[in-house]
Design a protein around this ligand. Sequence first.
Ligand SMILES: NC(=O)C1=CN([C@@H]2O[C@H](COP(=O)(O)OP(=O)(O)OC[C@H]3O[C@@H](n4cnc5c(N)ncnc54)[C@H](OP(=O)(O)O)[C@@H]3O)[C@@H](O)[C@H]2O)C=CC1
Ligand SMILES: O=C(CO)COP(=O)(O)O
Length: 345
Amino acid sequence: MTKVAVLGAGSWGTALSIVLADNGHDVRLWTHRKEQAEAINTTYKNEQYLDAYIPEQIQAFYELNEAIDDVSAIVMVVPTKAIREVCMELNNTLKQKAVMIHATKGIEPESLKRVSQVIGEEMDHYDYEDIVVLSGPSHAEEVGKRQPTTVTVSSLNSHNAALSQDLFINESFRVYTSTDIVGIELGGALKNIIALGAGISDGLGYGDNAKAALITRGLAEITRLGVSLGASPLTFLGLPGVGDLIVTCTSPHSRNWRAGNMLGGGQKLDEVLEQMGMVVEGVRTTKAAYQFAKEQQIEMPITQGLYQVLFEDKEPKDVVEQLMNRTKREEMDDISSLLSVNYPQ
Ligand SMILES: NC(=O)C1=CN([C@@H]2O[C@H](COP(=O)(O)OP(=O)(O)OC[C@H]3O[C@@H](n4cnc5c(N)ncnc54)[C@H](OP(=O)(O)O)[C@@H]3O)[C@@H](O)[C@H]2O)C=CC1
Ligand SMILES: O=C(CO)COP(=O)(O)O
């Protein structure tokens, strides 16, 4: 049994706590809202975020120092925009060297950094090389029901990756390892852009053909960006790439898909985000990817179109027209060269 702290009591933090509790670990779920900690400990539910019974091995905490007291592993599951703040709080309270795992899917717009880079930069006594990411096609709603799910963990520290695999793996939650942390993090973050686009397409009333086009051409452009940042293109064909694209672009469980669906239905971004009540990571990640692609002259037409819808008030229908009327080209002209890259060892 390992003592583990899960930081962030939203849908994903709660679902991952359930996996850890099922594996017999002592789970300490931290929330920054006192009334939420009290509600979880007395009702065994986290009603706002997940429709699941919370096992007794999970104890919720409001005080961070109590949540992380003597833990051997910390699982960070707050939205990307809260990562720096939580790291700073941890610096003031963490006394021991716990393995640091994160399950957050985003890129920081200002710095264009991945979450493991942000944690490595912000945390005293931690190197980027030791941080672990957990990512893959995994709706919290299904994990909470113990439905079969597969994810990948990755770290430059192979010992920490193996330890994280052992911590989470069970008969309904299968965990792979990968040596490509850049690809694993970017796959999970960038698919949210395409999921927003898929939701918009559905909201506009387009069908399966448009969705399939968005997923496959979306995969091509997020792979292009990922490779330019040092990821292996092969990772984008795995669980945190194609896998997560399928799960989020085709499911109303996905908050990114749902937000896109409302945008396609004619609602404005502010209104949509207010109604969601949960994080829609793809909005900030679109900004980050758009900035980077522009600076590096990487072709990302779907991301560019989505940026126009989100931040320049362009009509979704006009963006579809823009995408369909681009200069004609060969489908595989740059993908084939990308695929000659070796997998990191
Ligand atoms: N939901 C899912 O199925 C999956 C989500 N993810 C990723 O996990 C991450 C978290 O998502 P998810 O749990 O779904 O998000 P939710 O919106 O469900 O929950 C976010 C949680 O983080 C808390 N939070 C926000 N800011 C802070 C802060 N500064 N300090 C402490 N806690 C804070 C929120 O608190 P409050 O209630 O006060 O707002 C809330 O409890 C995202 O990056 C997402 O992409 C990855 C895989 C699956
Ligand atoms: O990443 C997810 C599933 O793998 C969850 O996606 P959403 O944040 O869009 O709900």
